[in-house]
Design a protein around this ligand. Structure first.
Ligand code: S6P
Ligand code: ZN
Length: 185
């Protein structure tokens, strides 16, 4: 009647641990399409890990009213002058929102609506970010240490990666003369 008890799952600044945790790894070879400098990404080690996600899925994918929980760790690094970042996505069910919160390291959360209007929020230890529905989201590690953040999203949100792979975000974060700059596409 009250559902299944939450298994012994704990998180810290870097990991989710316990069972059943699912792990996702994204390497350079999975991300060649998202970086501006294709020449630079092709010359890099294709097996280099850019980010990892530990997920806890207490209900089946697509369950209405359920929630998922995850921790993402983005390595420090760049492809050309562009910082390592997540693929980024809209939710397939566009009206579904999400929370992100910073755990360690520092970066930028890129937020973009369907008219391609974009803005950024600084993500760092202790920051809380409400991502409304209809807003694409991507995280960029602008620091020289690992950036980790938590996420909680509806189990029927789904991921629309294709729109971002085709058109990208309207802004990118690059390093120039040792400092971060936002450039418009
Ligand atoms: C899921 C949530 C996060 C991301 C993760 C990796 O809705 O936003 O768990 O999946 O940060 O990013 P991406 O864009 O590769 O899914
Ligand atoms: Zn999401």
């Amino acid at each position: 009647k009250y559902g299944n008890p939450t298994p012994e799952i704990v998180f810290d600044a870097k990991n989710l641990s316990g069972k059943p945790i699912e792990k996702i790894e994204r390497k350079i070879m999975d991300l060649n399409m998202i970086f501006k400098d294709k020449g630079a990404s092709e010359t890099m080690d294709q097996n280099q890990i850019v980010y990892e996600v530990d997920c806890y899925f207490p209900v089946e994918n697509d369950t209405e009213g359920g929630l998922f929980f995850g921790i993402t760790r983005i390595k420090p690094g760049k492809v050309g002058d562009e910082y390592f970042m997540t693929k980024g996505h809209f939710h397939s069910n566009r009206d579904r929102g999400e929370f992100y919160w910073g755990l360690e390291g520092e970066g930028q959360l890129l937020l973009m609506d369907e008219k391609r209007r974009a803005r950024t929020e600084v993500i760092k230890k202790g920051s809380v970010h409400y991502i409304p529905g209809y807003i694409a989201h991507r995280v960029v590690n602008t620091g020289d240490t690992e950036l980790s953040f938590g996420a909680c999203w509806p189990s029927d949100a789904g991921h629309d990666y294709a729109s971002i792979e085709e058109k990208g975000f309207s802004i990118r974060i690059v390093q120039k003369n040792g400092e971060q700059h936002i450039i418009k596409e």
